[in-house]
Design a protein around this ligand. Structure first.
Ligand code: AMP
Ligand code: MG
Length: 311
């Protein structure tokens, strides 16, 4: 079965939009492009003209009344931090740059000379004040906010919901670099999604798939956004406790949850938490698929065993 779909790129990653009714595709794609552009303009750390970059320009502290969208993205990031006891923490900004992730990944040199890598815990999300009613935010001196872990997933959730709202019947799936949100009426057999470490991977008959009917599915991986400095392998998921790339056993984690933001939050948190992540995912009743550094796969929380697609 093949549903009407669109493939493109945005936010430095792949964009997939799938609808159940071909008549809805063009408008759904336009909605996704609008939402993605708005999130990029509000939250990007790679463009000087984003609202977040302007808010944090120069030495701190920084205080401002922010747009409804940036306020929503900051609230999502702070909620993620609270739900994960700070394993996902938006104050990783200085640490992410300190690990060498200084420019858009497409422009990041794969190799380079040594950089100083020091254990410095991140400042911590509790130091950010957000007053939702007035949309006022206060970021103290020395704290740099990075919304990379939640903004893309939030864009997928918002885009799917907005696209579904313009349809009378039918459903939509939005994938932004492997952060997947669905909304509206799903196909009868659910949305079948292939799990991969790289969201650019082709759909194949052998690929493991999982079906969802609502909410979201996200994959966080240390295998794709990697680079080397002075012979040291580095990647983009920071352990807030050390301020360095997470060193745990999992290289890729996929999670299904009630929204893409929650799925992505849990997936990133699992990489940071390492060995204790499986018990935490089970307790949270989140279906998850974890791949360790050797490629061995563990499924928890009711994630289904793979079906042989070829027979
Ligand atoms: P994801 O791909 O969803 O796992 O998000 C990773 C991105 O979020 C990175 O590229 C960083 O910009 C940022 N990030 C890295 N580590 C963390 C962390 N522990 N908590 C919050 N954001 C993080
Ligand atoms: Mg993600």
């Amino acid at each position: 079965m093949s549903l009407p779909s669109y493939h493109g790129t945005a936010l430095g990653t792949s964009v997939h939009v799938v609808v159940t009714d071909p008549e809805h595709l063009d408008r759904a794609v336009a909605t996704v492009e609008r939402v993605v552009a708005a999130i990029d303009l509000a939250c990007s750390r790679f463009r000087d003209d984003s609202e977040l970059s302007r808010l944090q320009a120069g030495d701190g502290p920084h205080e401002a009344v922010v747009s409804p969208l940036l306020a929503q993205a900051l609230a999502a990031a702070l909620r993620a931090a609270e739900l994960t006891d700070g394993a996902v923490d938006p104050t990783v900004g200085v640490a992410v740059r300190g690990a060498g992730y200084t420019v858009d990944f497409a422009n990041l040199p794969a190799d380079g000379g040594p950089i100083p890598l020091e254990v410095v815990p991140v400042p911590g999300w509790r130091r950010i004040n957000l007053f939702p009613a007035t949309r006022r935010v206060e970021i103290p001196d020395g704290v740099e906010v990075d919304l990379g872990a939640t903004a893309k997933a939030l864009a997928a959730d918002l885009a799917a919901a907005e696209a579904a709202a313009t349809m009378s019947g039918g459903g939509v799936l939005v994938s932004l670099g492997g952060d997947v949100a669905v909304a509206g009426d799903p196909p009868v057999e659910g949305w079948h999604i292939q799990i991969a470490e790289d969201s650019r991977a082709p759909i194949t008959a052998e690929g493991e798939t999982v079906a969802i009917r609502s909410g979201g599915l996200a994959t966080s991986s240390t295998t794709v956004r990697r680079w080397r400095r002075g012979g040291v392998e580095l990647h983009h998921i920071i352990d807030p406790a050390t301020g360095l790339p997470a060193a745990g056993p999992w290289r890729t984690v996929s999670v299904v949850a009630g929204s893409c933001v929650d799925a992505n939050t849990a997936a990133t948190a699992a990489i940071v938490r390492g060995a204790s992540a499986t018990a935490w995912l089970e307790a949270a009743r989140l279906p998850a698929r974890l791949v360790d550094r050797s490629g061995a796969v563990i499924r928890v929380g009711g994630w289904p065993a793979p079906v042989d697609q070829t027979s």
